[in-house]
Design a protein around this ligand. Structure first.
Ligand code: F0G
Length: 405
């Protein structure tokens, strides 16, 4: 395995554990080039399943269980049993969206209640391997909480750059609880990211999703989902998009699994953005070649309040390779979808509810079939943003207790 420039025109390669923030030749983002393991897919599928009966930390982890497709060479893994998240069905949500075959993969069932843990186990493990003392990121909240927890487990210092006033209290509280040093940045996530990149300057190990080791962990969501579905790909996988690291990771996983013969067809990847933070959607609709950043993104789904997503080229390739597409949803649609999910007894944060909102929109427009099999990715837990619930619901008695059956 090695690192490779994600720009196909460049494709420069680097040693697996070299420490770069971007390609040293062309400046584009890096990725990990995985060589398919020399084990037949059916055999490896059995091995992965057997590991679920083991009590070894590297088998309990729903990330490292799939280690044949992950970076290697580590003597110590920083893991907290992340992954192993359920596929949940919801009667009300399915009826509301007009779908017969809808499941949620709930990544809020992770140690810090968000999908970021899947990438932090690999990212922080690599940071320890690289002998880093301090790790850092810019964040809308969840990456910060997860980084802080995994850094604490590994005995590393953590420094997180947060957009002042635009991070949910619950996420901020987690980062504080796990002992991170907090830098409040005036401006949004994009400003915070620019600032850490400028200031970090080798003093910390950088763990935003432009770090390819993070995406390796996050890609295992697709491995686990497909395993749970008997390796039969659904028709659609729907995922919220912010900095677009997660959708890129999913695209990478699907390509690798197809190429190695683990699946014989790909699901279509659907990325969902909030209308006020929708640079990829705008680009997609206009047919432009370059992404035009949004200077002042705005959405109550603060997790995805991002105007200049760094991984847009990778995400675009994932859409092209999976015949996917991107769309946006309004603030009202997000709030209503979140309410319906809640009424099914499933707690997710607002950014995650964009998936259901998008599905209803697509059904109303006749763009997806009622019988289509769909997995919507819930990226974070309801307790990540309790003030959103109180603000959006207590003020609107009409929604209280309403049945969507
Ligand atoms: N959903 C949640 C709950 C998130 O926290 C994020 C991103 C996303 C979706 C979007 O994922 O950025 O990979 O496209 N949160 C980052 C953070 C930006 O700092 O916590 P993405």
């Amino acid at each position: 395995m090695h690192q490779r420039c994600s720009n196909p025109q460049c494709a420069a390669t680097f040693e697996l554990h070299d420490r770069h923030v971007a390609c040293a030749v062309c400046g584009e983002l890096l990725e990990i080039a995985v060589e398919p393991p020399p084990i037949a897919p059916d055999q490896l599928k059995r091995i992965w399943l057997q590991r679920r009966c083991s009590y070894q930390p590297r088998d309990i982890s729903g990330v490292w269980r799939f280690r044949e497709f992950l970076p290697d060479g580590y003597s110590e893994l920083v893991t907290m049993g992340e992954g192993n998240s359920p596929l949940l069905e919801g009667r009300k949500t399915a009826a509301w969206a007009g779908l017969r075959n809808l499941q949620f993969k709930h990544l809020g069932w992770n140690p810090t209640a968000c999908f970021k843990d899947l990438g932090m186990t690999t990212g922080v493990t690599e940071a320890v391997f690289a002998r880093a003392r301090c790790v850092g990121c810019a964040s809308t909240g969840n990456t910060a909480a997860s980084l802080a927890a995994y850094a604490a487990r590994a005995g590393l210092r953590a420094r997180v750059y947060l957009p002042a006033g635009h991070v949910s209290e619950n996420k901020l509280a987690q980062a504080i609880d796990f002992g991170a040093e907090i830098v409040h940045v005036a401006g949004g996530f994009d400003t915070a990211l620019e600032r850490i990149l400028r200031e970090a300057n080798g003093s910390l190990y950088f763990l935003n999703s432009i770090n390819p080791f993070r995406l390796e962990g996050q890609k295992t969501v697709m491995f686990e989902m497909l395993e749970q579905m008997g390796w039969q790909a659904p028709d659609y996988v729907v995922v919220p998009g912010g900095n677009l690291g997660n959708s890129s990771a999913f695209g990478k996983a699907l390509q690798e699994l197809l190429a190695a013969g683990f699946i014989d067809r790909l699901p279509r990847l659907v990325i969902v953005q909030a209308q006020g933070a929708n640079p990829l959607t705008r680009m997609w609709r206009s047919g432009a070649d370059e992404l035009e950043p949004i200077e002042k993104p705005e959405t109550a789904a603060t997790a995805i309040r991002i105007g200049k997503p760094r991984s847009w080229k990778k995400a675009l390739r994932a859409l092209e390779q999976t015949d996917g597409f991107v769309l946006d949803v309004s603030e009202d649609e997000i709030a209503e979808a979140k309410c319906v999910i809640g009424h099914d007894g499933i707690g997710c944060e607002p950014a995650s509810a964009t998936t259901l909102a998008a599905l209803r929109q697509l059904r109303e427009q006749g763009k997806i079939d009622r019988e289509a099999s769909v997995v919507a990715i819930l990226t974070g837990h309801a307790l990540k943003d309790t003030s959103f619930i109180l603000k959006s619901r207590l003020g609107e008695p009409a929604l209280q207790g309403e049945s969507y059956a």
